[in-house]
Design a protein around this ligand. Structure first.
Ligand code: MG
Length: 414
């Protein structure tokens, strides 16, 4: 079942330029609510637990626009993002460039998706993956055509009604067994065919069986100014569903404390940042004493046990684990309560290594893990005047305070 899945997001298009009032840009870079269309689309795939790699094919001229879009995606998924590749002259050639890049990584399954469909959701993706798991070679996301269709006649001004029975409107993602679609695209280009407008059409041409998977009418493609306005209304509705800060009036503060001892090594990991040192911190996980103290402070603020309750050191799963997982789990617990983290403060106590030169890296790293502005993250450091275990350079201690804002729950007044 550990079938390697990649998402290939096609964002190389140039044709339609639209304006959102402030910008005249390729549509995948227009702003939709708080971020660009492409960032919304990428987040859906980055956030899907079965997708291990996400690759964008961008236009050769769009490096800067692409970098800005990436900076807007949700934090914590950097490892899934492969460096974007420049596309070709047609959509089909762009997809081929993407597949060629993915071929290097031993991918077994690929989902190909248009960047201009930011409202794709996990149920749609899951349905495509389920059919591929069942052994299908090519899966087309589609919705039935409900509108009555008319065709104009060349000979006169009359119209004829088209029978819509069995007609489907194609969407993306389209999912494929990787070797099948890569082979089909390669053969199509060798045969001089570069005009296919979607990938199941390439698959059909190459003789692969294509099956349908139920799409979602909301997964529409932004093509016209009208589509952009519809998308904007939808995003506004989605973003309005988030609780406003004024409703999060139950303000809680938690504190956390952690210690790890030194052992021989080459670097310590603090706040997710590797700092070169002649020792490392000893522990079951990566021993990131800073993230452990913050995690405990966050759990303290919502009165939900401590890091050991949720991640017992006796569980081999967490051996060598990267501690950002523990902090993200605590964050999820805050979010599940309808709350938000307002502020994180941490104090690191050690003689060595010197924290000062790395302070901003630590702040940025913690901000990224928690998807918070860096202005809400404080990192301080002190020595203990050579007193005690930290003074004897036997280890590092960290203390943290975290402020959390929650909605008041009924019957629960402080
Ligand atoms: Mg610890």
């Amino acid at each position: 079942m550990s079938n390697q899945v990649a998402a290939l997001v096609v964002a190389a298009g140039r044709g339609t330029r639209m304006s959102d009032g402030d910008h005249d840009l390729p549509k995948q870079y227009l702003r939709l609510g708080s971020k660009s269309v492409l960032a919304h689309t990428l987040d859906v795939f980055l956030d899907h637990p079965r997708i291990q790699q996400v690759l964008t094919v961008r236009h050769p001229d769009d490096e800067t626009l692409y970098e800005s879009a990436i900076a807007e995606t949700n934090a914590g998924f950097e490892a899934k993002l492969i460096d974007a590749v420049p596309g070709g002259a047609t959509r089909q050639q762009s997809v081929f460039e993407g597949l060629r890049e993915l071929a290097k990584s031993g991918i077994r399954t690929v989902l190909i998706h248009d960047a201009a469909r930011p409202f794709v959701d996990h149920p749609v993706i899951d349905r495509v993956l389920r059919q591929l798991d069942d052994g299908q070679q090519a899966v087309l996301t589609a919705v039935p055509v409900f509108d009555t269709l008319k065709r104009t006649r060349e000979t006169d001004t009359g119209l004829e009604t088209v029978d819509r029975t069995g007609l489907w409107s194609a969407q993306t993602p389209q999912g494929f067994a990787f070797d099948g679609i890569f082979g089909a695209h390669s053969r199509a280009l060798e045969a001089g065919r570069a005009d296919f407008t979607d990938d199941t059409a390439v698959a059909e041409w190459a003789g692969l069986g294509v099956v349908l998977s139920e799409g979602n009418p909301d997964n529409f493609k932004i093509t016209t100014q009208g589509d952009l306005e519809r998308a904007d209304r939808r995003i506004q509705m989605m973003e309005r569903d988030r609780p406003s800060l004024a409703l999060l009036a139950d303000i809680r503060v938690g504190n956390g404390y952690d210690v790890h001892a030194f052992e021989d090594g080459r670097a310590v990991i603090l706040g997710g940042v590797e700092i070169p040192h002649d020792k490392r911190l000893k522990g079951h996980s990566d021993a990131d004493v800073v993230l452990h103290a913050i995690t405990d402070a966050m759990l303290g603020a919502i009165a939900d046990g401590d890091i050991g309750t949720h991640f017992p050191p006796s569980d081999p799963t967490w051996k060598g684990a990267s501690s950002d997982q523990f902090l993200k789990d605590a964050l999820r617990r805050v979010t599940d309560l309808g709350g938000q983290v307002a502020h994180i403060d941490v104090t690191i106590v050690c003689e060595m290594p010197k924290i000062g030169p790395h302070r901003e890296d630590l702040r940025n790293s913690i901000a990224k893990i928690c998807a918070l502005p860096v202005s809400r993250i404080s990192v301080k450091a002190t020595t203990s005047e050579r007193l005690g275990f930290t003074g004897r350079k036997e280890g590092i201690a960290a203390l943290s305070s975290v402020t959390v804002r929650l909605p008041f729950h009924e019957g629960e007044t402080p």
